[in-house]
Design a protein around this ligand. Structure first.
Ligand code: COA
Length: 148
């Protein structure tokens, strides 16, 4: 599906055995978001996405799953994008979004927590723009962004 020539990781569709490593990445990422509260509160939405959305995983031969994304292909909405901390700033997020953009055949959208400045910086570098004013959500305040 996509292979990073230098870094050795690749992107492929989710299979059942990816569920546990994806959940681990999800848990570790959400624990780093103190404004969100208990990470388990967000599990049902993820389980629902695993069942109904297009799920892409980034894998590296020795590390296994290092990131994943869930996408509603018909709307281009990205529900989840999480990269394991050790593998950030290596192009994994960009790669997942590029594959998702190709599959959706339309600009992607997502909601990012206003407090999540690292992710907001990343989306800015990737050329995303604010699409709608910040609005309250169950996880605080979120901004809707749109990709190039
Ligand atoms: C946001 C996230 C998915 C980005 O993934 P990533 O694999 O680190 O991103 P990439 O390495 O592909 O970086 C893409 C671009 O963003 C930049 N970037 C990434 N993180 C950045 C940061 N914290 N600050 C500034 N720029 C950043 C990169 O430098 C790169 O730009 P460049 O190509 O011009 O150098 C990742 O940090 C993450 O999983 N965070 C925790 C979970 C999260 O916040 N998810 C998003 C929820 S909406």
């Amino acid at each position: 599906m996509y292979r990073h020539a230098g870094a050795g990781w690749s992107i492929r569709p989710f299979v059942r055995n990816d569920r546990v490593p994806c959940l681990r990445i999800f848990r570790d990422c959400l624990r780093a978001f103190p404004w969100r509260g208990e990470w388990q509160a967000f599990l049902p939405a993820l389980q629902n996405a695993f069942a109904s959305a297009r799920v892409l995983v980034a894998v590296e031969p020795s590390a296994g799953v290092i990131g994943f994304l869930t996408l509603n292909v018909s709307t281009g909405y990205v529900d989840h994008l999480f990269v394991q901390e050790d593998w950030r700033l290596c192009g994994v997020g960009r790669g997942l979004l590029d594959v998702a953009r190709t599959e959706a055949k339309q600009p992607l959208t997502l909601d990012v927590d206003t407090q999540n400045m690292p992710a907001r910086h990343a989306y800015e570098k990737l050329g995303w723009h604010v699409m709608a004013d910040a609005k309250p959500s169950r996880s605080g305040t979120q901004v809707r962004l749109i990709s190039p």
